[in-house]
Design a protein around this ligand. Structure first.
Ligand SMILES: Nc1ncnc2c1ncn2[C@@H]1O[C@H](COP(=O)(O)OP(=O)(O)OP(=O)(O)O)[C@@H](O)[C@H]1O
Ligand SMILES: [Mg+2]
Length: 363
């Protein structure tokens, strides 16, 4: 049950198809968690502007800080977060994280030298899933630093939600591919020999020769570090302290993607804590007759009929969504299914408050 995870786990990973509400659910979950845990962190990868505003930040504030920012007392009060709990928001900045990794494995001079090389610039742009990889790095660092009791990790918009879980394996395969084998500690001595030939410098030109030399000399350390971390990450998802939440909407395309994600996670033995069905239409709380006298005086019968039509369409959508939720409960009978209502509000606060209440409502 999600509520038990909130109480006992260390990290929840929120994943699902594009645009289903992962970032919104991650933030709402973090808000809900402050009622159980004292130091909560939500790591978001692409904060919607509305979400950043709801948390009282401008995107610029978040982007410029590589470290988590704690919500102000005013925002905490508005979100009904207990005064003795803290909620921090971290925006993933792959560049900052990569810099930190370089700092750990290289001397400052080596790191600066490596970053300046063209090869490194291309490589960091090329590594597929670098953003996802740095998300793991971030969470690992936060877990090790022990500054937070509970971490919610939002995942990036990906064409297939399962891509996120394949990243450690893909990066590991890349690092072990023939090209990167050249950087393996035992093998890269060939390069030192090669670099001692002065004719090579003449052939490549001084700048390229110098840059290649720095790259080859320093990248080996980075490669070893990335490989070690990928090994660790392959096991990370199946740890008892970590749980996965799969988010979908009741839309058929999102449900199709959810099905793929669930079977993929099952194959990988990664347990799913709950499935969150987000943006579930609710029956309207009003009846057209509540406004009959007002509407008739303003626009006559036509306006009243229009309102009645909108009302009946929403009732139909709500009934359809309810049936979809019930079908999901039958289909995924071993997994808890939680439903989060569609909120029609301009303000980010309202969506977050309503979603966080729905996530911890006892069924
Ligand atoms: N329960 C809800 N009610 C109303 N609007 C919602 C709800 N949940 C999410 N939204 C809105 O849907 C949009 C997409 O939400 P969000 O950014 O959280 O999705 P996402 O899955 O993180 O998207 P991406 O895949 O691009 O990262 C946002 O405008 C958000 O405010
Ligand atoms: Mg998102």
């Amino acid at each position: 049950m999600l509520i038990d995870s909130i109480k006992n786990k260390r990290c929840l990973i929120v994943c699902g198809g594009g645009g289903v509400g992962k970032t919104t659910i991650a933030a709402s979950l973090a808000i809900a968690a402050t009622h159980e845990r004292k130091r909560v962190l939500v790591v978001t990868i692409d904060p919607a502007k509305r979400l950043a505003e709801a948390f009282g930040y401008s995107l610029k504030d978040l982007e410029s800080s590589g470290e988590p920012l704690a919500l102000s007392p005013a925002v905490k009060t508005a979100l009904n977060i207990p005064a003795d709990a803290s909620l921090s928001v971290g925006l993933l900045n792959p560049k900052y994280v990569l810099d930190q990794i370089l700092e750990q494995v290289l001397t400052p001079e080596q790191a600066t030298g490596l970053k300046k090389t063209q090869l490194f610039t291309h490589l960091s742009e090329m590594i597929y899933g670098l953003q996802e990889y740095t998300a793991y790095e971030w969470v690992t660092r936060m877990i090790q630093k022990n500054e937070f009791d509970f971490i919610v990790l939002d995942t990036p918009p990906a064409f297939h939600a399962k891509d996120f879980f394949n990243v450690p394996e893909k990066i590991k395969n890349l690092m072990e591919s023939k090209v990167f084998q050249l950087f393996a500690p035992k093998k890269h001595t060939w390069f030192t020999t090669l670099m001692s030939f002065s004719w090579l410098e003449k052939l490549l030109g001084e700048k390229i020769f110098h840059e290649s030399r720095i790259f080859f000399e320093t990248f080996a350390a980075l490669r070893t570090r990335i490989l070690e971390r990928c090994e660790w990450l392959s096991r990370f998802f199946s740890q008892k302290e970590v749980s996965v939440l799969a988010v979908s909407t009741p839309e058929s395309s999102a449900l199709f993607e959810l099905e793929g994600l669930v079977s993929f996670l099952n194959q990988k033995n990664i347990p799913i804590e709950s499935i969150i069905l987000n943006q579930v239409e609710q029956k309207p709380e009003y009846q057209p007759s509540d406004y009959a006298s007002d509407l008739e005086s303003q626009g006559g019968l036509i306006l009243l009929e229009k309102v009645a039509q909108i009302h009946s369409e929403q009732v139909k959508r709500a009934e359809k969504a309810f049936q979809t939720v019930e079908r999901c409960r039958i289909k995924y009978d071993k997994i808890e299914i939680l439903s989060v209502p569609m909120t029609y509000a301009e303000e980010g606060f309202t969506i977050l408050s309503q979603a966080s209440a729905a996530l911890i409502t006892k069924r």
